[in-house]
Design a protein. Sequence first.
Length: 126
Amino acid sequence: MPRRWGSGWISCRSRCRRSIAAPTTCSASKTALDGLQDSLGQVDELAKRTAWQYDNLKQSRQDLETLRKEIQDFYKSHAAAVQLRDRLGADSRGARGVPRTHHHVQRGVPELDARMDGITSKLAIC
């Protein structure tokens, strides 16, 4: 079985020599690495902005749910007020008839007084 360690080490050594011998390759790698670091910085900023937007969206959703509940409560109150208005309208129509009835009763009071006087006078005779 041949030893690979030695041959692998030699090949790694020769690659390092080639890298040292070719400074343009190293500078190109450094430039690529710098570009990747810039990209990572941009991704990090985007992640922060996305998290901020998500938090704002979440808060807006909670505010919207609160507003929706308040609107539903308003509609319930409005419906109750409409029912009260209708009941009050019916009661007021009934109450409008009371003065007429009172007027008719007042008209009949002198007759009633005369009758009562007649009955009282008959009882006084007995």
